[in-house]
Design a protein around this ligand. Structure first.
Ligand SMILES: [Zn+2]
Length: 409
């Protein structure tokens, strides 16, 4: 299956990069970077377009056009292992084919060298990335914020950036948006491979402006995302091992750029609590929810109620908010909306809330007993930025235990 190229006569990079997001880059021709972008875009759109159920255990096969065929041949397994680990479910089979054209981007933008960046950070509609953006601003970094946006997020990410600019007195350096290709039909609402595409979006800028790190700010609890049920696979989209495997791929094709997560040892609560007081009014605008309005029972999710309040991501957010007494800053949740006329949806959500309570109670039990490390994957030093990683993980988990106890007391 080759869902992207089958539906589009262009390659992914051609539909995503244009004069609107190329800043002062007049011509860009590092075809290794464009190949990498295309690979992760193919994977992401194939995942959305895939009609099979994600728990089917089948192998997803995709064919990807790369210009540097000799560079990528023999490295298929690196991508397959990364994607398999990140999605936590079925296996992927990748076949590289030689692109018929040379990859390069020519924009109408003048190459005037106006921009100097010393930091690149992903900016999503979420809370963790808002908190990270505040860190970037607080350190006076010359940061380029990169956003990958789909329609479901509406204009809010843009607004987050506008709020950030306004509150920081325009200290925020620059923001680029790469838009989701709406021509590719979505048969499955999933975010499983989105982080990888998001990182791939930033590669071009990191390469062009000579920035060696791409920061993805995500709390360590969500990154670890342990499962206590062997039958159920879970996504590991920002797990330290996922970032490590991503970085290994870059290294293997001589790209000297790394993805890093400065919040790998922070709980969601600590991440939210890092947001300085003057920026906390933006918390209401952020979107944490993993549900989409395209999913039955969540059809009512919209701009003003964009967090369901019962999914794993929303629950983690509420746990963190409560521990640090930040309720006054939080968003209204769809679940709390008494206007939900659809009784079966309400029942579904109540059930979801109950099973997440069981999940988090179990999580806490395993932290307290010290058995939690049995359930964490990829506990190896090479995946972490610190040799003290075990100690740091323990500290984070103990903090999370306190947060859980306050929430479910
Ligand atoms: Zn939710």
């Amino acid at each position: 299956m080759n869902s992207y190229f089958g539906l589009r006569k262009t390659l992914p990079y051609e539909t995503h990069f244009n004069s609107n997001n190329m800043l002062n880059i007049k011509e860009y021709n590092n075809s290794i970077i464009l190949d990498l972008f295309d690979i992760f875009a193919y994977v992401f759109y194939a995942d959305l377009n895939e009609t099979k159920d994600e728990h089917s255990g089948l192998v997803v096969e995709i064919e990807i056009s790369v210009e540097n065929i000799n560079t990528f041949l023999g490295k298929e397994y690196k991508f397959e292992e990364l994607i398999h680990f990140a999605v936590g479910e079925e296996k992927w089979k990748i076949k590289f084919v030689k692109s018929e054209k040379e990859k390069k981007i020519v924009s109408n933008n003048p190459d005037t060298n106006t921009y100097i960046f010393n930091s690149i950070s992903l900016l999503s509609a979420g809370l963790d990335s808002l908190s990270g953006a505040c860190k970037e601003i607080g350190r006076n970094n010359k940061t380029l914020f990169v956003t990958y946006r789909n329609r479901a997020e509406g204009t809010k990410t843009g607004n987050n950036f506008s709020y950030l600019s306004e509150i920081s007195n325009n200290k925020v350096i620059k923001h680029v948006e790469i838009h989701k290709d709406s021509e590719i039909p979505v048969n499955r609402y999933t975010q499983r491979t989105r982080s990888l595409l998001f990182l791939a979006c930033a590669l071009l800028y990191a390469d062009y402006y000579g920035v060696k790190e791409i920061k993805i700010y995500e709390n360590g609890i969500m990154s670890q995302n342990p499962s206590f049920d062997e039958r159920r696979g879970v996504t590991k989209t920002t797990h330290p091992k996922t970032l490590y495997m991503f970085n290994e791929i870059l290294h293997s094709v001589d790209v000297d750029i790394k993805a890093v997560n400065p919040y790998q040892f922070y709980t969601k609560g600590q991440v939210i609590n890092e947001i300085p007081a003057e920026y906390r009014i933006i918390i209401k605008q952020t979107r944490t929810c993993s549900k989409s309005a395209g999913i039955t029972h969540f059809a009512g999710l919209k701009e003003d109620k964009r967090n369901c309040g019962v999914c794993i991501a929303c629950t983690l957010r509420k746990i963190g908010i409560k521990y640090f007494d930040l309720d006054d800053y939080d968003a209204n949740y769809y679940f709390d909306d008494i206007q939900i006329a659809n009784a079966s949806s309400k029942r579904y959500m109540l059930h979801q809330e109950k099973s997440l309570k069981e999940y988090y109670m179990r999580f806490n039990k395993e932290i307290k007993s010290g058995r939690i490390f049995i359930y964490l994957e990829g506990i190896e030093e090479k995946y972490y930025s610190s040799t003290e990683y075990l100690h740091c993980l323990k500290e984070m988990l103990n903090q999370f235990s306190l947060e859980l106890e306050k929430y479910y007391e």
